[in-house]
Design a protein around this ligand. Sequence first.
Ligand code: BGC
Length: 269
Amino acid sequence: MSQAPERFLADQTAIVTGASSGLGQACAIALAARGAAVAVNYRSDADGAADTIREIEAAGGKAFPFKADISQEEDIKALFAATVETYGTVDILVANAGLQMDGAFTDLTKKDWDTVIGVNLTGAFLCMQEAVRQFRKQGMRSSRALGKIIAMSSVHDVIPWAGHVNYAASKGGLSMLMKSAAQELAAEKIRVNAIAPGAIATAINKSVWGDEEKYKELLKIMPYGRIGETRDVGEACAWMASDYADYMTGHTLVIDGGMELYPEFIGNG
Ligand code: BGC
């Protein structure tokens, strides 16, 4: 970027779950570049979290790492408590932590189901609850909203996905969690939105974009002609958390290079 980014999140604190790699890392970096102090949550990848923090600090931002398993309520409470202790407030939650455990329909074990739902959906729900409790406690401060929540969904909150039913179910559920919470909390000036990324090059889908043949196939369902980069999502996340998006709630921002545009209908149908 040629000029210093506008610090429209100055004097605000963000928690980003799953911020040691991929989309969470990009969101943490973008939020910090806009002035937010960031709690960089990770579950096992301490080195990844350290990378996130190094990049934030190199750009003059503020961040600290916190290890917590987002499927565990006690860990989530500890993450929020540590953030309030370190920075005083929580103004933004990016409920990003998520994973895939793929398998054919009848091969998926109950553990595959529980783990994916436990992090992607139940974990997001518990983080959102904790965020709302904290927003209420601290009251109106440096934003037009009492608090902002952004859930990391997926194009698979609407596109069914064979071989990934646990993941698609978690994201479909997350979408209705986001909208129902947005409806319930709007009168309190709490904004709840989601981002639905398509194929963005991260560790979660490296087996696809890292393989020449599979990447060629993937491009067929991406009208824009390239795979996404994590910063395509990070910048949008920072904007959604800002007062520029103050009238936006209950919305899912799709960032997918056209994947949701039924590309298989190009020259067909
Ligand atoms: C998944 C990726 C996949 C993309 C598009 C995402 O939600 O995590 O693995 O490449 O959707 O299908």
